[in-house]
Design a binder for this molecule. Structure first.
Ligand code: SAM
Length: 365
């Protein structure tokens, strides 16, 4: 089985490691590759068959796709690959030529192996790069090719709102890909526990990537700008046994974090503190790990306040941080100045795609 797995740009290596760990636990043969055909935000996995014994002692095949959907913390989608192809120069082609090429390619694919004709289907599409065609053109063309092929086997049914089977067609640069989206219409990063929607909340997949970079080993952990609590909640959901603190300046957001933690079933594992991160040492004497999505001044507050806020916060952090900090922000200049002037070393830097921006991520000690 060949799976195309989606995640945020810039965390493909962490998603690959997670998938490898999950598949190792199953004891199946696998090969995992990040950025297949150079496509960012994608991980490819070729996986052998896995089996389990049911309650009647019968050997049953285990669905790897379901297993990954249920257990991954870093993936957005799990897609069963039907075919991937590089369409050289498709970006320069006139719409009719590009769409004919896609239609001819899809019409040759054995889509009937992935769907019963009695099941309804829809095509969801994604496009990125320079093309003369739109994602709507792609969905329509691929849908037509699938429909016409399935007509040889019966009367296909299209249901755009509530399909039984979702085909996913992607054109990223000159790479075209078709698969069955086993995740469904709601991406895995949209966690069911989120009952309070913070205006600048972090994707849960990125929260987990930051946790991986911090490598917390059971020591105390704080998110000093916790907002709706995404990072501490995701840490608690991993079964983390150390102290977990959620600090936030605004009561409304802290209440939201508490509601989210209750909904996630981890309220009792966390401490909620209403307070100002620029006075951090008033609330805690020391903490081993600090991980946060800092205010950027884009959606909340003023951008001009950011350099002062970061300088004051990192000065306080220097008084209490024992081991490692991981911080994500768009404000490169302000954070680098605050990190360096307060005696921290940058151990690692990377860019992560978040909300249409490439966001700077720092591991500091
Ligand atoms: N990661 C959070 C989530 O997923 O919901 C979002 C964090 S948001 C980018 C930054 C948060 O920092 C906001 O909730 C804001 O109210 C809070 N904040 C701003 N200034 C603060 C300060 N001085 N001390 C503590 N929190 C502050």
């Amino acid at each position: 089985m060949r799976l195309v797995l989606t995640t945020s740009k810039g965390i493909e290596d962490l998603a690959k490691a997670e998938v490898e760990n999950l598949l190792s636990d199953l004891g199946v043969q696998f090969l995992v590759e990040e950025k297949p055909l150079g496509v960012e935000g994608r991980v490819f996995a070729e996986v052998g068959e896995a089996f389990y014994t049911d309650e009647k002692g019968r050997k049953r095949e285990l669905s790897i796709a379901t297993y990954l959907n249920e257990n991954s913390r870093l993936l957005h989608r799990v897609i069963l690959e039907i075919a991937s192809e590089r369409f050289e120069k498709i970006g320069e082609e006139e719409p009719e030529v590009a769409l004919r090429r896609i239609e001819e390619f899809v019409s040759e694919l054995p889509v009937e192996r992935y769907i019963k004709v009695s099941e309804s289907f829809a095509v969801r599409s994604f496009r990125k790069g320079e093309h003369k065609i739109t994602s709507i053109d792609i969905a329509r063309t691929v849908g037509k090719a699938i429909f016409e092929r399935l007509e040889h086997f019966g009367s296909p049914k299209v249901n755009l709102d509530h399909p039984a089977v979702i085909f996913r067609a992607e054109l990223v640069g000159d790479v075209f890909f078709l698969g069955i989206d086993t995740t469904g219409d709601s991406s895995l990063h949209k966690r069911p526990w989120r009952v309070y929607d913070h205006p600048a909340h972090l994707k849960a997949s990125i929260a987990n990537a930051l946790i991986e970079l911090a490598e917390p080993n059971g020591g105390s952990f704080i998110d000093p700008f916790c907002g709706s609590g995404t990072i501490p909640i995701e840490l608690a959901l991993r079964g983390y046994e150390g102290r977990i603190i959620c600090l936030e300046k605004y009561r409304k957001h802290l209440r939201g974090a508490e509601m989210n933690a209750l909904s996630a079933g981890v309220y009792d594992r966390m401490e909620f503190v209403l307070g100002d991160a620029t006075r951090l040492s008033e609330y805690i004497e020391s903490v081993d790990f600090a991980v946060s999505n800092l205010p950027y001044g884009l959606k909340i507050g003023r951008k001009s306040m950011i350099p002062r806020l970061y300088m004051d916060f990192f000065a306080e952090l220097a008084k209490v941080l024992e081991k490692r900090g991981v911080f994500i922000t768009t404000e490169k200049k302000a954070i680098e100045k605050a990190i360096e002037e307060n005696g921290f070393d940058i151990k690692h830097h990377r860019l992560i795609g978040h909300g249409g921006l490439m966001v700077h991520t720092y591991v500091i000690e």
